[in-house]
Design a binder for this molecule. Structure first.
Ligand code: URP
Ligand code: ZN
Ligand code: ZN
Length: 471
């Protein structure tokens, strides 16, 4: 079945132009003007709208056990919500357990996701330790499983935290195998000391989550990860950068020629630390790690996105209900499950606060929310691109319409939205995933299991649809 997306303004990471898109099956077959539709061709009118490549969210935690509970949104609700927001591919974090084969973890994540997702997905693999067994298994993660990014936590002491030797060896191995190493960069030991001290002083409210995770702890860990990357001659991606201290480290490492990339998230761009001071334990809704920062850091992050010091926007989707999950930490902020819902509004916040407010250009918006992540994580040009042979993952976006964010209307299962009541400029009209309309005017038209697991290319390599490879 053929489809033509007509009359829209196509926006890619580099260009903005008026053209129509011919879709044959799951892929874009031609981009141009004046197509004569053959009988049965479906016309999708994008008049007055932008046409973006579907969003690529490089940072999600769906159906993930954490903090004594499990994230509220799973691969059904999480990927459906992502689609409503214009995201058509996610890369989720697969947690591993020390002493157990990596393959077990991969199987667990396949069982959580197979047949459930609304959009295509892949996994990053957490590395918690390096030993003979892990080293022996890593090549098959790349070659057989198509998992070409490894994640090391420098925080969450006694839970996920790995030591510097583990990070360094992961960097060396990743360089050899063609993988990108990701870090959660906060100094977990310092945070552990500060949290124990706060609790001993009776400081149990949500705001102490932020006050015990200072910017210096993020800046130090980011700098350390950058130095270890340079020493290993490897490549690094710093997730959820929240503050000036971390941006400076990434910027200076990049200026020195290091292969280092940085991501920030909508929450750090548009919310600040005062949210954690809300009464009646409401502050718990805003507990992320790294924490929300003082407002002045928002300008630094926007500048970093505009100037290229940071290159991607992840949602860090990790949702927990306010009632029944966040309240595990009612008397002790260290027991509040860390994270929040963001998969659905990631692109909306970036468009409304970024493009509509004149902070970033339209093309930068596409690069930040889609194309760059696709390139870094071995999905491009199958994903993140409007080009011949790419998957027909498209978002038809009305820049003049407005909407209000609310947990009453959002698609995520979680019982609150961190942006409750926020007026947003720009509305997703239609979303196509692999040529199929899955969202039309806020109605889900897809089917559970439309989304499949994507084996990704190695770091620095491209992923093309096989039909094009044959040409
Ligand atoms: N960020 C956060 O608070 N929760 C999700 C887990 C992580 O990314 O550290
Ligand atoms: Zn993290
Ligand atoms: Zn995360």
């Amino acid at each position: 079945m053929k489809k033509i997306v007509k009359n829209g303004i196509i926006v890619t990471a580099s260009d903005t132009f008026e053209a129509d898109i011919l879709i044959e099956g799951e892929q874009i077959s031609t981009i141009g003007k004046g197509f004569l539709p053959s009988e049965g061709t479906e016309i999708i009118d994008a008049d007055g709208c932008y046409v973006f490549p579907g969003g690529v969210d490089p940072h999600t935690h769906l159906d993930m056990p954490f903090g004594g509970t499990v994230t509220k949104d799973d691969f059904v609700s999480g990927t459906t919500a992502a689609a409503f927001g214009g995201t058509t591919t996610i890369v989720d974090f697969c947690l591993t357990e020390k002493g157990k084969p990596l393959k077990n973890a991969i199987n667990t994540w396949h069982n959580k996701s197979e047949g459930k997702a609304a959009i295509d997905y892949s996994f990053h693999l957490m590395i918690g330790e390096i030993n003979e067994d892990v080293l022996a298994e890593l090549p098959s993660m790349i070659e057989a499983e198509g998992i070409t990014s490894f994640k090391v936590f420098m925080a969450y002491k006694n839970v996920f935290q790995a030591d510097d030797a583990t990070l360094f060896q992961t960097l060396i191995k990743a360089k050899e195998l063609g993988a990108l190493v990701m870090v959660h960069a906060e100094n977990g030991d310092v945070i552990d000391y500060l949290t124990k001290e706060a609790l001993a002083n009776g400081q149990t409210d949500p705001i102490y989550h932020a006050l015990t995770r200072p910017v210096e702890a993020e800046g130090e860990a980011t700098g350390r990860a950058c130095q270890l990357t340079s020493l290993a001659g490897s490549q690094l991606y710093v997730v959820h950068v929240s503050c000036e201290e971390a941006v400076k480290q990434i910027e200076s490492a990049r200026r020195a020629g290091a292969d280092i990339w940085g991501e920030t998230c909508p929450q750090y761009l548009a919310l600040d630390q005062d949210e954690l001071r809300k009464p009646d334990f409401e502050g718990a809704k805003y507990v992320w790690s790294p924490p929300l920062r003082e407002k002045k850091h928002q300008d630094v992050l926007w500048n970093a996105l505009r100037t290229g010091a940071l290159q991607t926007i992840g949602s860090d989707q990790c949702s927990f209900d306010f009632i029944g999950q966040k309240d595990l930490g009612k008397d002790d902020f260290t027991k509040i499950p860390n994270g929040g819902p963001m998969i659905e509004d990631r692109m909306s916040i970036l468009y409304s606060e970024g493009v509509a407010e004149g902070r970033i250009s339209l093309n930068q918006f596409v690069d930040l929310t889609s194309t760059r992540a696709a390139k870094l994580f071995g999905l491009y040009p199958k994903k993140g691109s409007i080009s011949i042979g790419a998957d027909a993952d498209l978002v038809i976006f009305d820049p003049f319409a407005e909407r209000v964010i609310s947990s009453e209307t959002h698609q995520m299962k979680v019982d609150y939205n961190a942006f409750e009541g926020k007026q947003i400029k720009g509305v997703v009209r239609t979303v196509l995933s692999k040529g199929k309309v899955i969202i039309q005017d806020n109605v889900y038209k897809g089917t559970e299991g439309d989304g499949v697991f994507i084996k990704r290319a190695k770091y620095g390599e491209e992923l093309r649809n096989t039909a094009l490879e044959r040409v």
